[in-house]
Ligand binder design. Structure first.
Ligand code: ZN
Length: 436
């Protein structure tokens, strides 16, 4: 059952799924065992929103004091140099970082396309690393010339975007239970795309039966843009273009009122909550207790590598706990509530109905063994789940995806990490126009 906790128990994995869980003393025979002694075992964490390529411009000094729109205007010209090599290497490094932070499934939104086939490059990296991957086909069709924030080199026409979206879904999307890769469609934001792209994308998602993703109610700038351009608030415009459905999950949803939250709950539209990123950008954070109260499913996300500058879902979970308690008081949210947002509810955001995010028998065999047997946990004896999120920082001893250890005894099992970091440094310096 969801929420069950077993002290000193075991988890058996077989053929990429959870074969069973149980109390101590009832362990089945196994071909191989990994120790979880002194550790906490949870389902693998699921990341509902990210822009991995941004790790090429992390903590970029000229942008660190800006709010979203100016931050974007500073970085877009650098991102225009993105090519297949930079995307493949940055994705490899970003996915490895996620695994080292206890994430086993991640969504991603690559929303700038200065060159073709960049999502294909991401998928190659994901297959090599072995993380479960939900890339979204991000898009911007309005450039500075049309009043959007992006330079023309990173935008595409509606026709190009729709054709490439369909090609990607037909080439890679696997809807089966236990899928390692599912595509979704993702115009980046209503403040950067045309009404026509939103409408046509929703129709295409319906036809291809894939999910929809975008940013919504992320900044005051977006609100002003929507009121000026469409004469509607962001949520009204979102409904107007046919996006208010259970097929959609949106990132952030900060600048909203109670009535708008209730509408989202009625539609079944889920939210990717990324408090670390939005607080770093000075936009605050959505209230997780208020969203849940309105019946909205909330999943956790670390958001772009250059706005939070980290990709540890554990750190994001701890930030979410602090943000929720700051908004709703200490009784409103517990570590278990946040763990739910980082696992089963995050999996629901991604449309998974195969048990992903849980350790139920039959669920995909994704789990994390968190190291609790160390200095940071000295004295924590009364509640290990609360301790897991309050003490720390904590990193995984083991991270398993599809029953396969990607991290074992704290280290990546995949070879070549050091070489990839050297490559990444070369590419990041090139993109940031620094001497190499
Ligand atoms: Zn984002």
């Amino acid at each position: 059952m969801d929420g069950d906790e077993i002290s000193g128990g075991w988890v058996a994995l077989s053929g990429g799924t959870v074969a069973g869980v149980g109390p101590p003393g009832s362990e089945p025979a196994a071909a191989r065992t990994l120790s979880a002694r002194g550790a906490l075992v949870t389902p693998g964490l699921v990341n509902t929103h990210h822009h991995i390529f941004q790790n090429l411009t992390r903590s970029y000094a000229p942008a660190t004091r800006y709010e979203l729109f100016d931050w974007l205007r500073t970085l877009f010209p650098l991102w225009a140099a993105l090519d297949e090599e930079a995307v493949e290497v940055s994705t490899w490094v970003g996915l490895a970082e996620l695994a080292l932070g206890g994430c086993t499934t991640t969504a991603d939104m690559l929303h700038i396309h200065p060159r073709p086939r960049l999502v294909d490059a991401q998928i190659r990296a994901a297959r090599e690393v072995g993380l479960r991957f939900h890339p979204t086909r991000g898009a911007l069709d309005l450039s500075e010339r049309d009043g959007g924030p992006a330079p023309v080199e990173v935008t595409q026409s509606v026709e190009e975007i729709l054709a490439d979206s369909e090609r990607l879904v037909r080439s890679y999307h696997d809807p089966a239970p236990g899928s390692m890769l599912r595509l979704a469609l993702a115009p980046a934001t209503q403040a950067g795309v045309s009404e026509r792209l939103m409408v046509e994308t929703a129709r295409l998602a319906e036809r291809l039966d894939v999910r929809l993703h975008t940013h919504l109610a992320e900044s005051r700038g977006e609100e002003e843009y929507c009121l000026e351009t469409f004469g509607r608030r962001p949520v009204d415009q979102f409904e107007h273009v046919g996006w208010g459905t259970a097929r959609t999950w949106v990132a952030h949803f900060i600048f909203t009122g109670p009535e708008e939250r209730e509408r989202l709950g009625r539609w079944g539209t889920a939210v990717a909550h990324c408090p670390g990123s939005t607080m770093m950008l000075g936009a605050g954070a959505a209230s997780l207790p208020a969203l849940r109260e309105a019946g909205v499913t909330v999943g956790l996300g670390c958001d772009g590598s250059a706005s939070t500058d980290h990709a540890s879902l554990w750190l994001e979970a701890r930030t979410a706990l602090a943000a929720a308690r700051e908004r709703g008081g200490p009784a409103a949210t517990t570590a278990r509530d946040i763990l739910r947002a980082a696992t089963v509810d995050a999996a629901a955001c991604l449309g998974r109905e195969d048990g992903l995010g849980s350790l139920r028998p039959g669920a995909p065999a994704d789990l994390v063994v968190w190291e609790l047997d160390e200095f940071a946990f000295a004295g924590a004896h009364t509640d290990l789940v609360e301790a897991w999120l309050r003490c720390g920082p904590v990193r995984p001893r083991h991270t398993l995806v599809q029953g396969r250890p990607l991290v074992e005894d704290g280290a990546l099992t995949l070879p070549g990490g050091r070489e990839m970091l050297t490559e990444h440094a070369r590419l990041a310096r090139r993109i940031q126009r620094l001497a190499t």
